[in-house]
Every structure is written in C-alpha cells, then in structure tokens.
Design a protein around this ligand. Structure first.
Ligand code: UN1
Length: 496
C-alpha cells in the first residue's frame, strides 16, 4: 500500500488537516492501493501560491529547455511502463493491456510535447510599412488548474500536464480521488526528470471538497477539466464570470453505424471493443449501435455471441476481457440505467445484472449488457451511462442512420462500418462529432491530432496535438510590431 502526499513547491507534504482518503482496488475492495491526503482549502491556497511564485522563472526558461525535461520524463515513464500499467489496472480496474495502453498514451504525449518545445511557432508576415516587421508569438497564460477523471489515470493527466508545461504555464494538478496513486507516480517521474520546484504542484482530495474552490481561485488563470458534463458546465459558467480561460472535455454517447454492406466480422469485433473495452468507461465508448435493418438480425446474433464470450474479472488476470466499474456509486448508476431501459420498453437481450460469484464477490462487476429494440429517444439511447451497456437501434438507410447518430445532446466520437465509399463519405461530411472513424470503432484516438467534441461533449479548446489542439488551450497569442525606421510611421495613413 502506498502512502501518498501532496506536492507543493517541490516538497511532499500532508494535508493541513492531516485527514486522508483511501484509494481502493475496484476488483477487490479489500485491497487499499494507497492512502492519500484529503486536502481542503488551505492546501489549495498553498499550491496556487507556489505555482504563482514559480511562474515568472518558468515562463522565461527557454521552451527547448522545458522540452528537455519533458523528454527525460518520457524516457522515465517508458522505463517504468510495466509498473505504472499494473498500478493503473489495480487502481482503476481496466484490463492490463489497456492499463499499459493508458501509460503509452502518456508517453506519446510527453515525447510529442517535448518536441513542441523546439517549435511553438507563430507567424511572421510583411508589414505595410518599410523598416517595420510583424510577428505573432505564443505566450503562456499563467497558472493552470488541471482537473482529471479516473478513467485514464495517467493518459488524461499527461494530455494536460505536458502541453501546459511546455507552453510555460505552472500548474496545480488535482487528479481524481479514485486514482490518485497512479497520478502521483506520474508526477514523481516528472519530478525525477527535473521539473523545477513550484512549477508542478499536486493536490489530492475529493472533487466536491476542493474542485470548485481550486478552479475559481483568484490565483488561477486557466482551467482544463475532464469529467462529467454537469460538472464541466457548472465550472465553465463560474469561470466565465471570473474571466478565466476554461476548456472542458465531457460526456459522450457515441454511435457506430453498421451499413448493410459492412464486413460484419470486422464490425462486430469493433463494436465489442468500442462498447465493452474499458468496461464502457470511456467518454469515447461506443454505447449506441445503429444497424441497417437488412443485416440487423444477423449482426445481432453475431454481436451477442461475441459478447457472451467476454470474461469478467480482475484486470490483472490474463483471461479477463472486462474489468469492474470504478466504485459503488457508478455501479448503482449503471444498474439504475438498466432498470430505466427495461421500464421504457427496450428489450434486455444480454446481461443486466451485477455479478458476485467466485472471484467476483469483492469487486464492482456488471455483466456486459445489451439492449435491443431501442428507440432513438429512449433515455438509454440519449444519456451517458459510462458502463458496459450497449443499445442497439435499427436504421432504414444512411440518412436515417445519420439522423439517429446526430440526434443526441453529445458529439464526441462516431463511426461507420461500410464498404461503399459513398456511405463513408456522407458519414465524414454529416456526422456531428469531433471525431469520425471509418471501419474502426469510436475509441482509440491518437495524440497527434486534436481531441474533443461538439455540443455537450466539449466546451472551449481541444486537447492533444496538431493544429487546433492543446497548445491553443495553454497559450495566448501576442502580436509584436517592431519599427526600425527611426521615425514615426503611421499605419493606414502614411502613403510611402
Ligand atoms: C476518455 O475516455 O476520456 O480515444 C479519453 C480514446 C482514448 C482516450 C479516451 N485515446 O478512446
């Protein structure tokens, strides 16, 4: 069991109150993975102050030098990948190959953003006047609050930490109180890589206790949040009123469309991975399958038989395909949605219950669950469940399928399986989502392109790399005009 502390101004410290929280293995609730500080407002104040004090020096540290620290962090995380991946599985529950994938995504982001230290490019354009030049440069925003969820205990923190740091911001990082140990291990490795004191501060505690206080703190300039739509929208309202930058990655209700000409084996494999991978606990999870009526019954038969083969269990065991859900309240929420689905007339075709037999009795296990005969406006087809529950909806043709896909409050990820290029081209053009996959499921975005959604899936800037990605979240543009004529030149007025 790990005994974890907060990191404030380069020192590992307990919470001011001395109170603690336990982090529990969701596959075996007798196992305490770590004990962490239950921080309160005075701890937040200290962390914000440390980040403020460190900002000036970090801002002036050349970005390539900041990049070298990130590069060393990437090397250290790579070296410790196996240990970190196992920790992710023990603390969050996802199966080990996915725990390792989580860490790999953090490594990818560290290398990518380390490289950005030698780019961070702006524009140089000609002036309308002689002896004058004009350019735009990216500058850091200041002190960021980074608030992350439990479903990607190292990847999502890395999506925020590395772009924030390479851009010259200092940060106060608050990971989910359900996965604090993995987050701390990530931070330890960044410290080992040489991040200066106060630049990266880590504070543990319950979101209800310190989340809003941190995000709205007068010493915070910007907030990057990933979590539920309800919390994200609330924080965005509060921060907007305080003139703080805020970006939120939130929920999803992501569709896979399966057309009548799709390769069904491929579509079934993708739908299983997208729907039940990570126990459905991804904001990108494929929780809706929109299936053409001509192949609906055949697809269903194949999908159900594949889902029956998914073994529930501890993610560290090599034959486990679906791990537990994260905690008791999530378990109640998912089971509650299964009841809602039954009541509103969807047909429960597979699963639907918690499982407690044998090795499952100490964890939060729910069977892979399939609803069929789902109507597009039912709650199980509209609301994010965040568990191993997939709803299947019949569609008449491509335009019916696209309408159903878009007819939800979310727009994060989407997918189509089809051979006809005209179908896939229409899907590319018309699916209202931040990400569209062709012949691949809704999960598995790569870090070198922007990540984020439309409607209730995302507010503000996007995450990750590429044009329109996280550098836009963590920097602001400054424009510089330099006049070297030695006289007053008047733009728009001088004739020569
Ligand atoms: C999330 O579920 O919050 O595209 C992030 C994916 C992963 C990231 C998911 N790369 O599924």
């Amino acid at each position: 069991m790990a005994v974890i502390k907060n990191l404030i101004n380069g020192k590992w410290v307990e919470s001011a109150s001395g109170k603690t929280l336990n982090s529990i293995n969701p596959a075996n609730i007798d196992e305490v993975v770590g004990v962490v500080p239950a921080s309160s407002r005075p701890d937040v104040d200290k962390a914000v102050e440390a980040a403020r004090n460190a900002f000036e020096k970090w801002r002036l540290t050349p970005a390539p030098k900041r990049g070298e620290i990130l590069f060393r962090a990437a090397e250290l995380i790579s070296k410790n990948k196996e240990e970190l991946g196992r920790l992710v599985t023990r603390e969050m529950g996802k199966v080990l190959p996915e725990g390792l994938g989580d860490v790999q995504e953090a490594i990818d982001m560290a290398y990518y953003m380390a490289g950005e230290g030698r780019r961070l490019s702006g524009e140089t354009v000609p002036s309308e006047l002689p002896f004058k030049d004009c350019k735009s440069v990216r500058v850091p925003i200041g002190v960021f609050a980074l608030i992350t969820p439990w479903n990607f205990p190292t990847a999502i923190p890395a999506w925020k930490l590395f772009p924030a740091l390479i851009s010259g911001n200092t940060v106060v990082f608050k990971p989910s109180s359900y996965t604090p140990v993995a987050a701390t291990r990530l931070v330890e490795l960044i410290v080992e890589a040489g991040i200066p004191e106060g630049v990266l501060n880590l504070i543990h505690g319950a979101g209800e206790e310190i989340g809003e206080y941190l995000a709205t703190h007068p010493g915070i300039d910007g907030v990057s949040f990933t979590g539920s739509t309800a919390v994200g929208e609330k924080l965005a309202k509060l921060c907007g009123g305080l003139d703080k930058e805020i970006s939120c990655e939130m929920g999803g209700k992501n569709p896979i469309i399966v057309m009548e000409d799709a390769k069904l084996d491929l579509a079934v494999e993708g739908a299983i991975w997208g729907g039940f991978g990570t126990t459905g606990q991804r904001c990108t999870a494929a929780s809706r399958l929109i299936v053409h009526e001509k192949i609906h019954d055949k697809f269903l038969e194949m999908f159900i038989s594949a889902a029956k083969g998914l073994k529930l269990g501890d993610g560290l065991k090599s034959d486990t395909k679906v791990g537990p859900v994260i905690n008791e309240s999530q378990m109640k929420k998912v089971l509650g949605y299964i009841e809602i689905g039954k009541k509103e007339g969807a047909k429960l075709t597979l699963g639907g219950s918690a499982r407690t037999e044998g090795g499952l009795k100490k964890g939060y296990f729910i069977e892979p669950t399939i609803f069929t005969e789902v109507k597009p406006k039912m709650r199980v087809a509209q609301e994010e469940i965040f568990g191993p529950v997939v709803s299947i909806i019949k569609a008449r043709d491509i335009s019916d399928a696209i309408n159903i896909a878009n007819g939800i409050p979310y727009g994060l990820s989407s997918s189509i399986y089809a051979q006809d290029v005209n179908y896939t081209a229409i899907a590319e053009r018309d699916l209202d989502a931040g990400i569209v996959y062709i012949n691949a499921p809704t999960i598995g975005a790569e870090i070198q392109l922007p990540f984020g959604g439309t409607k209730k899936s995302g507010l503000g800037r996007k995450e990750a790399g590429g044009r329109g990605g996280a550098l836009d979240m963590f920097t602001k543009w400054k424009v510089i005009y330099r006049d070297y004529s030695g006289r007053l030149q008047k733009a728009q007025i001088d004739k020569e």
